[in-house]
Design a protein around this ligand. Structure first.
Ligand code: GTP
Ligand code: MG
Length: 182
């Protein structure tokens, strides 16, 4: 009925996804939004957008505007523009690349220096350790745990865009946090 419709609420959140080239940001979003995966690598140029509509509860719908930001350095000069008014952030690294793990800290500092919530608080950032389907890991769990704690991430988990591991779960976690903050 009309009254029920009026009571329904809709929220829009802007979420940025950043991290080194090849970490799997585009693949993660493709898995989350289209439930699909591609094995070939086509680097993102600048930024790509995706929209995901989540039925959160009976009378609450959430629209996620996902900003899939290129990791390649020749595009990162634009990050200040891309980060503007983000309400949530995902920083992704590749478990098989130690370098991408180390750079997660750089990405975190980049966000924290350029972007804040309306009340001046840092943007909630989740750390994702992607490609957990692969054997040849270069990072241990305790190292991730430590980095997560020391650099003020809201939490971390291993994910696989390829095998669809923890993709929906970690997004639900991020949404819950964004609902509390906004
Ligand atoms: P940029 O756009 O350059 O910043 O890279 P990206 O972070 O968007 O990486 P992308 O999603 O394009 O993935 C890079 C490569 O890793 C592709 O060949 C993907 O197929 C592969 N890949 C992504 N996620 C996974 C995963 O969970 N497991 C495995 N095995 N491969 C993955
Ligand atoms: Mg990409």
């Amino acid at each position: 009925t009309k009254t029920e419709y009026n009571r329904a609420t809709e929220k829009l959140f802007k979420v940025i996804i950043i991290g080194d080239p090849g970490a799997g940001k585009t693949s993660f979003i493709r898995r989350y939004v289209q439930n699909a995966f591609r094995g070939d690598y086509k680097a993102t140029i600048g930024v790509d957008f995706a929209l995901k509509i989540v039925r959160w509860s009976e009378n609450q719908t959430i629209k996620l505007q996902l900003w899939d930001i290129a990791g390649q350095e020749r595009f990162t000069w634009m990050t200040r523009v891309y980060y503007k008014e983000a309400q949530g952030c995902i920083i992704m690294f590749d478990l098989t690349s130690r370098n991408s793990f180390k750079n997660a800290v750089k990405w975190k500092k980049d966000v924290d220096s350029k972007c804040f919530l309306e009340d001046g608080a840092p943007v909630p950032c989740m750390l994702l350790a992607n490609k957990c389907d692969l054997q040849e890991r270069e990072v241990d769990q305790w190292e991730i745990e430590t980095l997560c704690r020391e650099h003020g991430f809201i939490g971390w988990t291993e994910t696989s865009a390829k095998d669809d591991l923890m993709v929906g779960d970690c997004m639900r976690f991020l949404i819950e946090i964004m609902m509390k903050y906004n």
